[in-house]
Design a protein around this ligand. Sequence first.
Ligand SMILES: Cc1ncc(COP(=O)(O)O)c(C=O)c1O
Length: 379
Amino acid sequence: MNIPMLDLKRQYQFMKKDIDNAISRCLDHQLWILGPEVKEFEQKCAEFLNIKHCIGCSSGTEAIVLGLRALAIKCGKEFFSKNDEIITTPFTFTATGDAILRAGATPVFVDIDPINFNIRPQSILDYLQSKAENNAKGILPVHLYGTPCDMDTISKIAQKYNLFVLEDVAQAFGGTWQYTKLGTIGNISAFSFFPSKNLGGFGDGGMVTTNDDELAEIVKFLIKHGGKDKYNVEHIGYNARLDTIQASILLAKLKYVEDFNNRRIAIAKRYSEELADIEEIQLPPILEGCVFHQYTIRVKNGKRNKLQEFLKEKMIATMIYYPLCLHKMKVFEGKSRVSEKPVEAERASQEVLSLPIEPLMTLEEQSYIIKSIRRFFKK
Ligand SMILES: Cc1ncc(COP(=O)(O)O)c(C=O)c1O
């Protein structure tokens, strides 16, 4: 057996007819820029998520930048300034923090919860309370691995300190918090349609969602160079539209996303049941609303890399998301702050290991992975 993290060829075969038809329609109409599929996809997503505005864009990274720029423009500034702080997690993909820099603000990295790996609300509060005067403007929670952040507590903190909330939903399409779809709770949210995401295109793509009409309007012109009239623009914008062809593929895949998320959850439950007796690993909690973009275990006693090597020999792919916290990356040196030392984030980067979570993985493949992990721990 040879088990990849994800098998996009298998997924394509599963929905080939839908995807081929979608692409073929685009070939016929040749409306490549903001063609009819973009609007249709945005409308279908708005229905699915139960939100007023969905605006397709060129990537998840751009979606965060666009969301932040829209928040700044709404407050009357073109960009945030270096004094403006945005509180986020150091345990995420680079793009989260990088987008904050690109929007002109300073990321403040606070520690994570050691169980679900998401930003710890108490750490946000500790940071805000530690300063007599603070320049915090917003909170940027990331629903890491498809696991919802505690949005009730985060929203309460944001309200108390008059902060915006931008949700990074790159890894959690279809996930919920208290039965409300992720990406609809904060002021504005960013999704990614990178091919490996729960809803992934055949290339880069992303989306901004919001219930705020003014923010939506701003994002709509920012993706088209920054003006209502692209030959006479008011703001520094981007060429960041979602391609018609990506929208057509995403539309075709959208109808499978709930089924695929349920398949991910079923695999996660099986892993959790059959690995539960291994003391040297900590399993992710099976939380309501989690869509298991990744199933990430924590391997104790310094055995993470050895387990990864062992599984590689058995032809089982695994990944380390993420080997280095953002506050340790060169790009953030001198451009970010940490509240207290994010010890839990640093420990997580040494211990996490994500297992294959291909929604179409067979029961035999799942058994092989489970058996191999049990063998490593002599169980
Ligand atoms: C948490 C997180 N934020 C942002 C991004 C950026 O998305 P993209 O790759 O579509 O730019 C990603 C994924 O790639 C991500 O995992």
